[in-house]
Structure formats: structure tokens, C-alpha cells
Design a protein around this ligand. Structure first.
Ligand code: NAP
Length: 267
């Protein structure tokens, strides 16, 4: 999903992009990445590849730790080989979700799921390379991928009565074309280290579903329920709000509101 948005953004800005899917470039295959790097000689490598099925990560721990964690060393090696900048995408799930104010880049991490643990391992690998930037994002939606908005739209248009959606998890939905624009800006500024990016303002899944309903099926009733009503294999952070102050000060603009992305996406 994010890879498609990044590719579209770079191409709109008339930059040559080599957009590789899983079948063409397995990040667990160092040799394959090295070949692509030497053939294309990129200035920037953006790693959007990940094992993103959070619940499956709980039962496929080794696979998660490899793809989201140790394989990032292969991406680093490819970047190092050609002197490219590396932008690696990470997640709000590296935090434990117990905070009550937005997480800044220096807040102590403490993942509570295998997915979060594996994403944190990936950050550690990426940051071994001095030309790396780790961008932590949250609650992505946009074209080309399964996401909360497409799920809600499907359920609402099927019209099977009221929807029950959790109201005790709060975060910041993020539209992938907006994130792609942010990555473009960050790549050109040349920031290294860790930065948070998400859209504003924070909202619960229930609140977000209600907003989606206004576009899709305003008559749908959306009922707030606690997380305990939907037990899942992987725990979800209750509070997942990332502070975007560092991004905004560095890039010199505010992050976009997610409802502008939602309107574009659904219309
Ligand atoms: N989605 C969210 O809400 C969210 C929130 C915060 C951060 N993030 C992070 O944002 C990034 C992009 O997420 P997304 O939502 O765009 O994910 P996505 O739609 O699931 O895309 C991930 C891609 O990685 C590919 N992939 C998996 N294993 C690979 C491997 N070994 N080598 C190469 N490619 C591989 C997948 O291909 P296959 O499908 O063929 O395996 C898929 O095309 C990820 O780093 C994710 O952790 C996502």
C-alpha cells in the first residue's frame, strides 16, 4: 500500500523509480538486493516491505523477526554498497500504548506484540547505518491495500445493521499519499535518525468509523464498544498518538489532517 503511494509521488515529481515487489526483491535475500542496487544505483532506498499482519506475527514469530527485523540489515548493506540514503518505515507499535500524551522520538519503546518487537528490531538494524532515517507512522490507509477504511466501507455498504467498533484505542489515521509526500520532503532535507509522521487529529477507531460512515452510508449506526469485545491474538496499543513536532519543525509545515485524505480517498 505505502510502496504504491511512494512510487506514484516520486514519478509525479519526474524521478526515476525502481519499484520492486516481493517477487522481484525479497529483502531476506541479500544477494538479490545487492544486484538491484548495483544495476540501478539509487540515491535513496525506501523500505516499505514488511510482514504487516499483526495477529499472524504472534504465531509466526521467526518469520516476523526476520522480515521486519534482521532482513533490514540486507537493505542497509545494499544502501551502503552504493552510498544511498535509506528511509525505513516503522510503526507506533514499538510503544506500549500506555502513555497519555503524544510519543516523541526519544520516548522509551516497549512493544507489547511480536509485530512491535520485530519492527523495533528493524529500527535497530536500520540505525546502524549513519545515512538512515527511520520514519514511524501509524494507522495507514490509502489506495492499493487492505486497510480499516476499505473494511468499514465494505461493511457499511453491505448494510448489515449497526457496526460495533472499539472506542478505547486512540491514534492518528494517516493517508499514504500524504506520508509519501512527507517522505519526499524528508529525503530532500536529508534528515537522519528517527522521526514521527502521522496525520492530525487523534481519534478512536469508533470516531474514525463514524467519519467514514458520513461519506459512505450516513444512515449506518456505529456503536462504541471496548477492546475486550474483540479479543485478538496480538494486543493493540490503547494510546498510539505520535508527536509530529520534530517533523513539523524540520520540514517547516504542519502535517495534513487525515479527513482531507479520507475525503479524497472515498470520493
Ligand atoms: N498499515 C499500517 O497501518 C501501518 C502502520 C504503521 C506502520 N506501517 C508500516 O508501513 C510500512 C508499509 O506498510 P503497508 O501498510 O504499505 O504494508 P503492506 O500493504 O502490507 O505492504 C507490505 C509489502 O511488503 C511485502 N513483503 C513482505 N515480505 C517481504 C519480503 N521478504 N521481501 C520483500 N517484500 C516483502 C508484501 O508483499 P506480500 O504481500 O507479497 O508478502 C507487501 O507488498 C511497513 O513497514 C509497515 O510496518 C504500517
Amino acid at each position: 500500500m505505502l510502496g504504491a503511494a511512494v512510487t506514484a509521488h516520486w514519478r509525479r515529481r519526474q524521478r526515476a523509480v525502481l519499484a520492486l515487489g516481493h517477487a522481484q526483491a525479497d529483502i531476506c535475500n541479500r544477494h538479490q538486493l545487492s544486484e538491484w542496487a548495483s544495476n540501478f544505483n539509487p540515491e535513496v532506498i525506501i523500505n516499505c516491505a514488511a510482514f504487516t499482519q499483526v495477529d499472524r506475527c504472534e504465531t509466526e514469530r521467526q518469520v516476523a523477526l526476520e522480515i521486519n527485523g534482521s532482513a533490514v540489515a540486507n537493505v542497509v548493506a545494499a544502501a551502503q554498497q552504493v552510498g544511498a540514503r535509506l528511509i525505513h518505515i516503522s510503526s507506533d507499535y514499538v510503544f506500549d500504548g500506555t502513555a497519555t500524551s503524544p510519543y516523541v522520538e526519544g520516548t522509551s519503546t516497549g512493544p507489547t506484540s511480536v509485530y512491535g518487537e520485530s519492527k523495533l528490531l528493524g529500527e535497530v538494524e536500520a540505525l546502524k547505518y549513519p545515512r538512515s532515517l527511520v520514519v514511524r507512522a501509524s494507522w495507514l490507509f490509502g489506495p492499493g491495500g487492505a486497510n480499516f477504511v476499505t473494511t468499514m466501507r465494505r461493511l457499511m455498504t453491505q448494510g448489515n445493521g449497526p457496526l460495533r467498533v472499539v472506542d478505547d484505542q486512540v491514534g492518528c489515521p494517516t493517508y499514504t499519499p500524504f506520508l509519501a509526500r512527507a517522505l519526499w520532503d524528508l529525503a530532500h532535507i536529508g534528515l537522519n535518525g528517527v522521526v514521527h509522521y502521522c496525520n492530525r487529529e487523534a481519534i478512536s477507531w469508533h470516531g474514525f468509523a463514524t467519519e467514514i460512515g458520513l461519506f459512505v452510508a450516513p444512515e449506518t449506526k456505529v456503536i462504541p464498544v471496548p477492546t475486550t469485545e474483540f479479543p485478538r491474538p496480538a494486543p493493540r496499543p490503547a494510546y498510539s498518538v505520535l508527536s509530529t513536532s520534530h517533523f513539523e519543525a524540520t520540514v517547516g509545515r504542519r502535517v495534513e489532517p487525515w479527513n482531507a485524505g479520507l475525503a479524497t480517498y472515498l470520493q
